[in-house]
Design a protein around this ligand. Sequence first.
Ligand code: COA
Length: 155
Amino acid sequence: MNPWPAENAVADDLEPLVALESCCFSEPWGRESLAFPRHAALEESLVVRFPATREPIGFLRYRVAGDEAEVLRLAVHPGWRRRGVGTSLLAEGLRRIARGGGRRVFLETEASNAAARAFYRAFGFLEISRRRGYYRAGTEDAVVLSFHLQEGGTR
Ligand SMILES: CC(C)(COP(=O)(O)OP(=O)(O)OC[C@H]1O[C@@H](n2cnc3c(N)ncnc32)[C@H](O)[C@@H]1OP(=O)(O)O)[C@@H](O)C(=O)NCCC(=O)NCCS
């Protein structure tokens, strides 16, 4: 059994997710981005909770458009990494995307983010391009990754 089931985020998760963002990213999303996605109808947010307290320890947000989807955010609290939380979130997100007709998933991450690149590589994502100077006022490259979904399954 998956010890880290992913479920839909709810309104009460907002403050814990603000805190989670600030301990996971140097440029964290604020309340507005977390609470009011610009394309709410197309976006979905999942969390994994610490069972004893129900506090979110991991967060995924993705956007679907036709048969393509984009992972917008994935974060696991530093104290809970390397236990499968990120894998559970991404696997559930990809299952939902596939069920909704998505066939290809994209995301971008900082070229220097070795942990994220190793994580996505382990999952089966392929690095398809590099965007020079995409982050931090042109000082940091982005790597673009993609994953092909099969009908009815993710891996
Ligand atoms: C990337 C991130 C989401 C991974 O979450 P996680 O819960 O630690 O990932 P998992 O435990 O499911 O890891 C699955 C596999 O990915 C790989 N992996 C994950 N983190 C890794 C790291 N720091 N170094 C090398 N490989 C790593 C490993 O193969 C791992 O399997 P293993 O632990 O059995 O060796 C997490 O490190 C994080 O929140 N980072 C900060 C935010 C971020 O960079 N988000 C992604 C930007 S798009």
